[in-house]
Design a protein around this ligand. Structure first.
Ligand code: NAP
Ligand code: MG
Length: 493
């Protein structure tokens, strides 16, 4: 039986960063990393100094020309090796993630396996990037449109999916021929350091991948402002995304994958049992700490009462546990005190405005929950847009439900927030399905399913939910510049 005691898993990376192909002890202030299920400190990382950030960017710049000009097959082989190494060590990597993030180990392992899948997907895509030959206006000319990797990427990532959200940026960068400096979230740095260890094992050249730890406002901001960083690949809140856009002192490429307040619509024609199962999964998985979580649900009047009752029952039936000890629990602890207090604030605000509590509403009882950030999956009915839960991102295990009279009304309400990430709908009437897919104003629409994303389709938001795409071929193309080469060869002139 492997030793999955959290601190022994990560002690080798105490205050370590991965810069220019080597491990280096950070000289900045120490940051404690907490197990959110127990409150215990599992390890320490360092807040990188400006010099360390600069060394990482300099290493990435130095490594760029050779990596960019390597034949795509070389980069593909490296990504395949990386994917194999990650998959082979999925149990231990998952335990590290659970120890710092709180999600149950089985779910964490699924995320690690999806990271490995991303490595293989982008390995294959790496060999299929090509340009175009464009018709010209005069004989004797030829126009080539070619793709060239952008350069040095700074990846800044949140704590809710500590492996995948690093991985999409890492894999696309490696496939494209970019080099990368990763700044993981303060709460979940060890998953990123575990990925760096696999990068080293895979024999990826020094400087191509670097991981610096520390705070967003210091280390993240230093990357945003660094003149040698050519692209920012950011996933996080809309507020920080906007701050990055505003505070960046020079013109840089940016992809911003930001927050959401995702709606679900259930029409009278829907399969209600399927809709309830979908709502339960996508409202509460990862304790609702998903940018594409269902935050609010609009249900046709005729089926509203039935839907609300069944959703309450399903929410109450979810099992909650310490994700390390209960790998198969439905949900674990929330990642920190901050999203828990926001969840409670949204709950109290809605109750004050006469929402009806259907399930949850408090922490689970028992000594095993006393020191962790636990909360019961919570369902509120009779909600209105005067309540924060219906218009702001909660990012916790809370969902608001409201009834609607017409599909026009439901679509208007669904589109009425500043976000545009994902929307979900359950319906069996073809006209309803067509209107929902056409009229919901967001980057992803999932109909009769709540698994909105697949590896080979683009994923991204509109409005305050972001710019640019990850996943799919489109996610890879975000890492290239185009170049038009107009050539006079004279043949036929
Ligand atoms: P966050 O507070 O915006 O932080 C995201 C990252 O930005 C962290 O690494 C953070 O560092 C860093 N950061 C903070 N201030 C910075 C600054 N001034 N300059 C540069 N970097 C800075 O988000 P979070 O609380 O970690 O994550 C939750 C949010 O992410 C939610 O809004 C969620 O919807 C969003 N999200 C979006 C997607 C998507 O694909 N659209 C996916 C997942 C999550 P520290 O950790 O050190 O503060
Ligand atoms: Mg934060």
């Amino acid at each position: 039986m492997p030793d999955w005691h959290p601190s022994s898993l990560v002690s080798k990376w105490t205050k370590q960063m991965f810069i220019d192909g080597a491990w280096r002890a950070g000289s900045g202030p120490t940051i404690d990393v907490e197990n959110p299920a127990t409150g215990a400190t599992i390890g320490q990382v360092a807040d990188a100094t400006l010099e360390e950030v600069n060394d990482a960017v300099t290493a990435a710049r130095r490594a760029f020309p050779a990596w960019a000009s390597a034949v795509p097959r070389t980069r593909a082989d490296a990504l395949h090796r990386l994917g194999d190494l990650i998959a082979a060590d999925a149990d231990a990597m998952a335990a590290i993630m659970t120890a710092e993030q709180g999600k149950p180990r089985n779910e964490a392992k699924g995320e690690i396996e999806k990271l490995a899948e991303a490595c293989h997907f982008y390995a294959e895509e790496a060999t299929r990037v090509h340009g175009e030959i464009v018709p010209n206006d005069r004989p004797g000319f030829q126009s080539l449109v070619v793709r060239e990797p952008i350069g040095v990427v700074a990846a800044i990532t949140p704590w809710n999916y500590p492996a995948e959200l690093v991985g999409w940026k890492l894999c696309a960068s490696l496939a494209a021929g970019c080099t990368i400096v990763i700044k993981p979230a303060e709460l979940t740095p060890f998953t990123a350091l575990a990925i760096a260890a696999k990068v080293a094992e895979a024999g990826i050249p020094a400087g191509v991948v670097n991981v610096v730890t520390g705070l967003g406002r210091s280390v993240g901001q230093a990357l945003v402002e660094h003149p040698q960083v050519d692209k920012i690949a950011f996933t996080g809140s809309s507020a920080v995304g906007l701050h990055i856009q505003r505070s960046c002192p020079s013109v840089k490429r940016m992809t911003l994958e930001l927050g959401g307040n995702c709606p679900m619509i259930v029409t009278e024609s829907a399969d209600i049992a399927a809709a309830v199962a979908g709502a339960t999964r996508r409202s509460f998985r990862n304790m609702g700490q998903i940018c594409i979580a269902i935050n609010r649900i609009y249900v046709a009047e005729a089926v509203y009462a039935d839907f609300v009752t069944r959703l309450g029952t399903a929410a109450d039936a979810l099992t909650i546990g310490d994700g390390m000890e209960r790998p198969d629990a439905d949900v674990g602890a929330m990642a920190s005190a901050e999203p828990l207090s926001k969840t409670k604030a949204h709950l109290h605000d809605a109750l004050e405005r006469n929402a009806r509590l259907v399930a949850g509403g408090a922490a689970p009882e028992g000594a095993q929950f006393a020191n962790g950030h636990f909360f019961r999956p919570t369902v509120l009915a009779d909600c209105t847009h005067a309540m924060r839960v219906m218009t702001e991102e909660t990012f916790g295990p809370l969902v608001g439900v409201a009834s609607f009279a017409t599909l026009d009304e439901a679509i208007t309400l669904a589109n009425e927030t500043s976000y545009g990430l994902s929307a979900y709908a359950y319906a069996r009437d073809l006209t309803e399905i067509h209107r929902l897919s056409a009229e919901l104003d967001c980057g992803n629409v999932a109909i009769n399913t709540v698994d909105a994303g697949i590896m080979n389709a683009p994923y991204g938001g509109r409005k305050q939910s972001g710019i640019g795409y990850e996943h799919g071929r489109e996610g890879l193309l975000e890492y290239f510049n185009l170049k038009h080469v107009r050539l006079f060869h004279g043949v036929g002139a």
